[in-house]
Design a protein around this ligand. Structure first.
Ligand SMILES: *Cc1c(COP(=O)(O)O)cnc(C)c1O
Length: 375
């Protein structure tokens, strides 16, 4: 079946989603959503939850005796908020590194919950230099945690966790990572990471509704005073280790993630997914470069998950978006000050080479030179 333009027929899967989540579903994940009605207090749910928690650790080969995945209802922000609220004690202090919307969101979370913090503010898309982090840590005596976004989806920049992790380890500081748009695809060395927030509906190819925090078990050995009831990771961890859940979970989203994790394993795991995303991103980039459309960041600075491109002169984002949507593709705008200068293309989800070729043909129609520049 071909993908239409997202009109009413229920069998129509809608346009190809090239926004950074939710993603275009595989047929298998779509089918899994139709699983049986299930009570979250029944053993069948516990089995499903156990499988998902183990599968989330398996993505990065993390051993279950020292690591745990805690699954909660809510979008990626819920997991990030739960991580900061549940792991930083009352007398803790966080250095938040921000070079985009999602770093700034972590600062906002700290402000709202009264978590002592200092923000190392960088311009959107700016590289996080180790010296700047070192200086910021020196200026924050008693820092217990560093919070950083791995893949800053605002610009597509992949922040370098390795150097940062090394620094945190040297200083005995816990590294908290927003891995919402990288978990499942980008490589991550968990050696220096204390906890990482992720979501079902980005690189893992599930549906929106559940997110998770992968953490070292020992960080919740004596949990800090909870700042929230619903997002208290220690309550989730205790319940999930008993094969239970504190609250009603979005069961269909569990079905979908279970299936999506099985598909990830079958496709060769995280390394294979990274290679696949790289190939798709290269296909897009080569095609757009031929049309004179330039990437915002160099290849070595950008994730494989999403790339930002400069809007060609004389073409508004709205015209580009609407033209592509007509052709069956949804792309994503820049945020804030980047709204009228960039657009973003993500290749997460069940995207084929043919999808990209059709996308490039549509681009050629909308943004190609009047002289008929061929791609
Ligand atoms: C998508 C995203 C989030 C969470 O967004 P939600 O809309 O809450 O799912 C957080 N951090 C990053 C880096 C993201 O890309």
């Amino acid at each position: 079946m071909t993908r239409g333009t997202g009109t009413a027929h229920p069998a129509d899967p809608g346009p190809v989603l090239l926004n950074p989540g939710p993603v275009t579903l595989s047929a298998g994940v779509r089918e899994a959503l139709q699983g049986p009605d299930l009570c979250h207090r029944e053993p069948e749910f516990a089995d499903l939850q156990d499988r998902i928690r183990a599968g989330l650790l398996d993505v990065y080969n993390l051993p279950g005796d020292s690591w745990a995945a805690v699954v909660l209802g809510g979008s990626g922000t819920a997991a990030v908020e739960a991580m900061l609220c549940s792991l930083v004690p009352d007398d803790g202090r966080v250095l938040v590194i921000e070079n985009g919307v999602y770093g700034e969101r972590m600062r906002r979370i700290c402000e709202i919950h009264g978590i002592a913090h200092h923000a190392l503010h960088l311009a959107w898309g700016e590289r996080m230099r180790p010296e700047a982090v070192r200086d910021a840590l020196e200026a924050l005596p008693g820092a217990t945690h560093v919070a950083v976004v791995h893949h800053e989806t605002t610009t597509g920049r992949l922040n370098d966790l390795d150097g940062l992790g090394e620094m945190c380890r040297e200083q005995g500081i816990g590294l908290l990572v927003d891995g919402v748009s990288s978990y499942g695809a980008e490589s991550m060395d968990f050696g220096a990471i204390e906890a990482c927030a992720g979501t079902a509906n980005k690189c893992l190819h599930g549906v929106p509704g559940i997110s998770f925090v992968t953490l070292r078990r020992h960080v919740l050995d004596s949990p800090p005073r909870p700042r929230t009831l619903y997002l208290d990771l220690s309550a989730y961890l205790a319940a999930q280790d008993r094969r239970d859940t504190p609250f009603t979970q979005p069961v269909p989203a569990y079905y979908a993630l279970d299936r999506a994790l099985a598909e990830l394993t079958r496709a060769g795991g995280q390394a294979a997914r990274l290679a696949r995303y790289r190939a798709l991103a290269a296909r897009v980039s080569i095609g757009l470069t031929r049309l004179g459309i330039e990437p915002l960041l160099g290849e070595d600075e950008s994730s494989a998950v999403l790339n930002a491109y400069r809007l060609p002169a004389g073409l508004s984002y709205e015209a580009l978006h609407d033209g592509l949507k007509q052709a069956g593709f949804v792309i994503y705008a820049g945020q804030g000050g980047l709204k009228q200068s960039i657009f973003r293309i993500s290749t997460m989800g069940a995207i084929t080479d043919e999808d990209i070729d059709r996308l490039l043909a549509a681009f050629n129609t909308i943004a190609g030179k009047p002289s008929g520049g061929q791609i």
